[in-house]
Design a protein around this ligand. Structure first.
Ligand code: AMP
Length: 115
């Protein structure tokens, strides 16, 4: 149903990217088109197209992605000033890449969420 995405290739090492963190479960990379001074994507190593595919077998992974996002926020020193985590699902949210990921944004005042 879903085609292989750029994130498949980054996680497998087929394409070089700025991986800033990787473990058995998740990979974190710098966004290629940053919307803030810090813009990092946290991606599960296991393929999940988007949050519509979270289920009782993989739900722990979802929590782990958020856990790693908060660890990275501390590591890059945006935890005190604050940050935003975004997840886009399907077309109304503008999901571009059909491989589950969360955006960690910070390093400036991000303004209101809805404009
Ligand atoms: P989304 O709209 O939530 O699907 O976001 C996809 C994000 O992936 C966008 O912010 C893109 O800038 C980012 N992106 C696309 N290709 C790459 C890449 N090769 N390396 C890092 N980030 C990418």
């Amino acid at each position: 149903m879903f085609k292989k995405t750029i994130f498949h290739k980054i996680i497998s090492g087929e394409i070089k990217s700025s991986i800033i963190y990787q473990d058995k479960y998740v990979t974190a990379i710098k966004d290629i088109n940053p919307q803030a001074p810090i813009h990092i994507l946290i991606i599960p190593n296991e393929y999940i197209p988007n949050s519509n595919y979270i289920n009782k077998n993989n739900r722990q992974l979802f929590g782990y992605m958020f856990y790693i996002a908060t660890k990275i926020a501390k590591k890059v020193h945006i935890d005190q000033d604050g940050y935003r985590i975004i997840l886009n699902c399907n077309k109304n949210a503008g999901q571009e890449i059909y491989y589950l990921h969360i955006h960690l944004l910070g390093g400036k005042n991000l303004g209101p969420l809805l404009k």
